[in-house]
Design a binder for this molecule. Structure first.
Ligand SMILES: [Zn+2]
Length: 343
């Protein structure tokens, strides 16, 4: 098969479109013919390389996969060859207390498909059969692939970790990112008041069309000043954070008393400063969030079915142009998801 791999860490020129042996389905596994694979910033971190994180090389990235079942391993009975599937990107042991409790993202063996295992930047990918979700009918493959990781992450952050309530004010940083565009919609459907930031006016327009009540152009406005004005100096109940170092000070300053800051990532750097006086005096909660559980992804898919949540596809590129796609992601040229398609 053809796949996009990197043999060493570095910039996007390290991504090679090349011939790779076909994967074979073992017991309990299936091979999916990838019709679409959405990019995540995780892919960029993998390619760049992180200190202390050793990924087996050469590596095929790609966590968000929609396609058709190409091969069935022994003992798999609930999907058949040719079925359309959407792949749950969470891999877990299925038998520990966390998995039994429905918190598979807390499993000690939890990992994301395409992180330490080969992923979907390929014509074929091998996955556990239990990760094959019923296909969300009515969606193109690129739209389906744009759903799992960002929507389950944003749902877990806002609904599960923060306990978002109607009427609360949510500041969504990077509203044009995949996870940001999901967060705007999830906050909106919970009747929150949504303030979204983005770096261009075109992205702000799109954020408004997704349901944001207010927008801030962070390239020419100071986030904390605008939030202060919009909230009558009160601040917001929840800061939806995934940017990291570049926005950290603004994020903490924007919180109302008793506010929660929830973070799932650090696209601009992971070392930040924290004035503990603000933490205790304002009774702030800093909340970490990692992916989401299977039942949360199912809830998301139910809301996609009813039209309350919609995948946001920014661009679809052929698999062989994965390097250009990752460069677009790094340059923030997108609104929503960038997707690689077969062919
Ligand atoms: Zn487990």
């Amino acid at each position: 098969m053809k796949a996009v791999r990197f043999h060493e860490h570095g910039d996007s020129s390290r991504l090679c479109y090349e011939d790779v042996p076909d994967p074979a389905a073992g017991p309990g596994e299936i091979v999916v013919r990838v019709q679409a694979c959405a990019l995540n910033f995780l892919d960029v971190w993998q390619r760049r390389g992180l200190p202390g994180v050793r990924i087996p090389l050469p590596h095929i990235s790609g966590s968000d996969i929609a396609g058709t079942v190409a091969e069935i391993g022994a003992g798999v009975q609930f999907v058949k060859s040719g079925d359309k599937v959407l792949v749950n990107p969470g891999l877990s042991c299925m038998h520990c207390p966390s998995c039994y409790e429905g918190n598979d993202n807390r499993c000690r063996e939890y990992s994301v498909l395409g992180n330490f295992s080969d992923g979907g930047y390929a014509e074929l990918v091998k996955v556990p059969a239990v990760n094959a979700l019923p296909y969300p009918e009515g969606l193109q493959f690129a739209e389906a692939a744009a759903i799992p990781l960002v929507f389950m992450t944003a749902w877990h952050m806002l609904v599960t970790r923060c306990g978002l309530k109607a009427g609360e004010v949510v500041l969504v940083l990077g509203g044009g990112s995949g996870v940001g565009s999901a967060a705007i919609q999830i906050a909106r459907m919970h009747h929150a008041r949504v303030i979204a930031t983005a770096g261009t006016d075109a992205k702000l327009e799109k954020a408004l069309s997704l349901g944001a009540d207010h927008v801030i152009n962070h390239s020419r406005q100071k986030i904390r000043d605008v939030v202060r004005d919009l909230t009558g100096k009160r601040g917001v109940d929840i800061v939806f954070e995934h940017v990291g170092a570049a926005t950290w000070q603004d994020s903490v300053s924007c919180l109302a008393r008793h506010g929660r800051l929830v973070t799932c990532g650090v696209t601009t750097g992971y070392e930040v400063q924290l004035d503990l006086r603000h933490l205790f005096a304002k009774e702030i909660s800093l909340i970490g969030s990692y992916m989401g559980a299977k039942h949360e992804l199912l809830q998301v898919l139910n809301h996609v079915r009813t039209g309350l949540l919609k995948p946001v596809v920014s661009a679809v590129l052929p698999l062989r142009e994965a390097a250009r796609a990752q460069t677009m992601l790094e340059n923030r040229e997108h609104f929503g998801k960038i997707v690689l398609a077969a062919g």
